[in-house]
Each structure stands twice: as C-alpha cells, then as structure tokens.
Ligand binder design. Structure first.
Ligand code: SF4
Ligand code: SF4
Length: 264
C-alpha cells in the first residue's frame, strides 16, 4: 500500500479505512501540543455531553463558556466549535504545556481523529454515507516523521472513535443529508433553533420533551420513554431521530419540508 503519510503536506489525499499512513504522536515529539492551538474543533452532540459532564456543567453553561457558534460549510445548520483562548497562540482552554490535554479521556472526536479529518464532519466535497478521511495539513505536525505505520481503521480503534461515531451516526447522517439539499432550500429560523437545541443543549431538550405538550403531539412507547428519562445519550439520539422524521422528513431534496416541528 502507498505510504500516504509522506504526502500529507503536498496535496489533499482521500483516505479510506484501509489506507495506511506513517504517524505517531507522543509527549516527546518536538511539536507536542502545537495542534491544540489555533485550531477549529467542531463539536458533535456526544462531544458536548461528555465535556459538560466532565466539567460538571449544565449544557447551557458549557455552551456559553466553552463554545462559539459556527455554520457548517455548504449548509445553514448551526453547530458549535470549541472556543480558543484569547492568547497569542489561540490555545485550547484544556491544553497545558508539557502535560497535554487535561481532559484527554473526554477529548472531542475531532481531537481523537487528528491528524486525520473526517469528510462528513467537515463537509468536504464528495462526503457521503460511507464518509472518507483526509490529512489535516499542518506543517508543524512532526508525527509523520515517526516510524510507525497503521491503517485508518487501526487509528480509529486506537483513538476510541469507533463507538463515538456510532453514537453520533444518526446526527452525522442528518447533517450530511441536509448538505445534499439545493442551496435554495432553507430551514426556518425556528427549525434551526430546534436543530441546535437537540444537537447541543440536552438539558433544554429534556425540558422541551417532558415539560411541554411534546409527548402528546409525538407519543413514544413506554420503553423508549423510560430510556430517554434516565439516559441523556439515549435522549439525544431520540431527539436526532425525531428531528430527522419531522424536520428533514422527505428524502427527496426537491420536496423537503422546511417547516417547524411543534410543541407548545
Ligand atoms: S502536532 Fe502532531 S505530532 Fe505534534 S503533538 Fe500534535 S498530533 Fe502530535
Ligand atoms: S480538547 Fe484536548 S486534545 Fe482537543 S485541542 Fe483541546 S487540549 Fe487538545
């Protein structure tokens, strides 16, 4: 197989799970923590749940303190990115010199993939249900000089993104599907707010489900109800499925409904 690592800073390379690349990151690389500064890290719904729990914050508090709003390329869907500090290097608030990431076990999906990017999350041309990967081209990253080769599949396993991708899959699918709609089709502002709430503000979505007429309008079976009451990841995934059915209900982009789901 081609040694794709050597091509990292030359031109964009489309990688599949079977592609291999030469790369290793560890605390002794000369560039240690450079990738945690001046970087745009878009967060997935599960990233936010993990991070706000790690920090002991409500989802609203986490969003206000640690994120900035962002629009995904080629869509008008509102997402959030980690807010970098206002220092010279625009450092991530969770990086420490010599120590690395202080919440490593709960670090976001994008950090886990680095130096790979995921096409579906970045909305690269050609992203589809199968997705693909590419190198994040940053000359400061010296991990490509290390003598260690792995496939993308091995990297995903090692970095703990396989389970995360599974949890985020329905959300990613929804976002990818939105991308395929013609630019002329717009979501209403209210629909975008609901997309944002379901995606990132799980505490507010819980209120929306359990303290409004939501369950009268959208009845759910007893088993699901129990599950979404006790498990916020299940609630988030339920929300994404609900969004997909009411907000993005038609698969034909030319007939896509752009209305707003309702719950008083
Ligand atoms: S820049 Fe690359 S090699 Fe250096 S710490 Fe970050 S990922 Fe590791
Ligand atoms: S969350 Fe952790 S791994 Fe990600 S950029 Fe910040 S310090 Fe680095």
């Amino acid at each position: 197989m081609e040694d794709l690592g050597k091509m990292a800073n030359i031109e964009p390379v489309r990688l599949t799970s079977k592609s291999d690349f030469k790369f290793k990151c560890h605390p002794d690389v000369p560039c240690f923590t450079k990738c945690c500064r001046g970087i745009n890290i878009i967060l997935t719904p599960y990233d936010v749940i993990r991070l706000k729990n790690r920090l002991g914050l409500s989802s609203e508090e986490f969003l206000a303190i640690y994120t900035v709003p962002h629009l995904l390329e080629k869509t008008d869907l509102p997402v959030v990115a980690l807010k970098m500090l206002d220092d010279e290097q625009e450092s991530c608030p969770f990086v420490r010199d010599g120590e690395g990431c202080i919440l490593y076990d709960d670090r976001p999906t994008t950090c886990r993939y680095y130096p790979l990017g995921v096409a579906t999350l970045q909305h690269k041309e050609g992203a589809d249900d199968d997705g693909f990967y590419f190198f994040v081209n940053e000359p400061h990253c010296k991990g490509f000089d290390e003598d260690h080769t792995q496939t993308v599949a091995e990297w995903r396993e090692c970095e703990g993104v396989v389970d995360r991708d599974e949890i985020n899959k329905e959300w990613t699918d929804l976002v990818v599907r939105k991308r395929s709609f013609p630019a002329s089709i717009k979501l209403t502002e209210k629909a975008k707010q609901i997309f944002f709430m379901v995606s990132y503000n799980i505490d507010k979505f819980r209120e929306f489900v359990f303290e409004s007429s939501f369950l009268e309008r959208y009845p759910v079976d007893a088993e699901t109800l129990e599950e979404i009451k006790r498990d916020e990841v299940a609630l988030m995934r339920f929300g994404v499925r609900w969004l997909t059915s009411v907000l993005f209900k038609q698969t034909d982009p030319h007939q896509q409904a752009t209305g707003t789901p309702e719950a008083e």
